[in-house]
Design a protein around this ligand. Sequence first.
Ligand code: ADP
Ligand code: MG
Length: 223
Amino acid sequence: MSIRISTGIPGLDQLVGGGFEVSSIILLSGGPGTGKTTFCLQFLYHGATKGENGLYISFEETEDDLIRDARNFGWDLEDLIKKKKLVIKHYSPFEYDKFKEELTSLLKLHNVKRLVIDSISGLGFYLENKYEFRKRIWELSREVKNAGCTAIFTSEIPAEKGYSRFGVEEFIADGLIVLHFGGLGGEFDRSLQVVKMRRTNHKKGLFPFKITQKGVRVYPRSG
Ligand SMILES: Nc1ncnc2c1ncn2[C@@H]1O[C@H](COP(=O)(O)OP(=O)(O)O)[C@@H](O)[C@H]1O
Ligand SMILES: [Mg+2]
């Protein structure tokens, strides 16, 4: 039996065998505005309030932006940062080397259990070939797993085209969750799909989900 941790997203644990497997990498993909960043903030916030330290690596929004995003859902990140339960680091996509160097020590120094990289596209959008990008993700995955972290990498996809920006990320990840706009009709304008989850008898199909004042929530039975 593998050890699992709660995703922190109401309704999602039961779709993925009780939670994410410890030391696994989940790719979270979807178009702009589908809720990737919110999902990640919620995953880290939930962990940090339960004693699992988090690290948010952002290649997009700044630390201040993320703190504001979270406050919108009632999550006080500044308090967690003060208590050293959460670290947020913002890099430009051209600071790969700096990011890579700092990551190793950050993981150790802060005893990080939950990691987010938002987005993984930031690691390679300027690279000419897929091979180099794939190598970077592969090395990163190894380091993260060796450190005993459970990680979410986000990937922004142009509306409904494949599962990831470069078409290689999903092969390296243990799990793949895709967020969609629409798909179900009725009162739900968003849906979530667990496409892949290694070593897990996960639920298939599209499940409705919502972003509310309290964050992301999935509705497993109505799917
Ligand atoms: N308080 C709220 N209630 C409902 N929906 C919200 C709220 N705050 C943000 N949203 C929705 O979340 C979206 C932003 O999601 P985000 O996680 O930043 O997406 P992504 O990272 O995939 O681009 C907004 O465009 C908006 O539709
Ligand atoms: Mg985002």
